[in-house]
Ligand binder design. Sequence first.
Ligand code: PEP
Ligand code: MN
Length: 264
Amino acid sequence: MTLNSLENNWITEFPKPLIIAGPCSAESEMQMLETAQRIKESSAEVSLFRAGIWKPRTKPNGFEGVGAIGLKWLKKVKDEFGFKTTTEVANAHHVAAALDADVDVLWIGARSTVNPFTVQEIAEALKGTEKPVLVKNPVNPDLALWIGALERLLRQDVKNLGAIHRGFSTYQKTKYRNNPNWQIALDFRNQFPHIPMIVDPSHICGNRRGLAGITQEALNLGYNGAMIETHCNPDDAWSDASQQITPEVLAELLRNLQIRKSDI
Ligand code: PEP
Ligand code: MN
């Protein structure tokens, strides 16, 4: 089996485009439930609720996530509001805990995709899972590492795969926190047209004002969805405050998107 022969029907179980929203980090039960409730009330388009439980911070002493207790809050979000849920896994312990808590979709973060040992460990822990696994591009602009991560998963019989384009870090200051380098993601899509591609405008932009433009651009390029960090009180978020938006601002962003008729 190769990446090209995958059917990837998992995405058809979600509304089109697949909209993933929720906070960068789970902070408290109240923050999770309030964010979920306000998303539910304002945006019918959101079908998957995200929250980072284990946070890969660039430097020590930052908030590194609430840990496994956050899985209980994700479960509450699922039970109370009917969202499917997703979180980042970065080692075999995370995978075991997330599978045990029945998180619906897992993602591998940009700092993990760069490390073949880490990806291999995660892939082995996931062996044979039917759950969709989304792989963010590596932080550096290296298409082969991105593809290699997906191949490692496939070798462990993980067949429901997707890719998240979250931009690439550069030393130069640009208007983006992570340069989109659209061509890399397009090369990926050309090689693997059946692997769903999700844009993550939040980590590309690093600010709020660019989110709508990047999301629209990705949809125009035929992407299958977007993951947008959404927080009940973004200014006070414990991570990525400058790029998170309220559920109501998210609703407006989604209302204004032009969605191709062929994509509905
Ligand atoms: C995140 O989604 O909050 C995150 C840490 O993303 P990335 O791995 O893209 O930096
Ligand atoms: Mn984040």
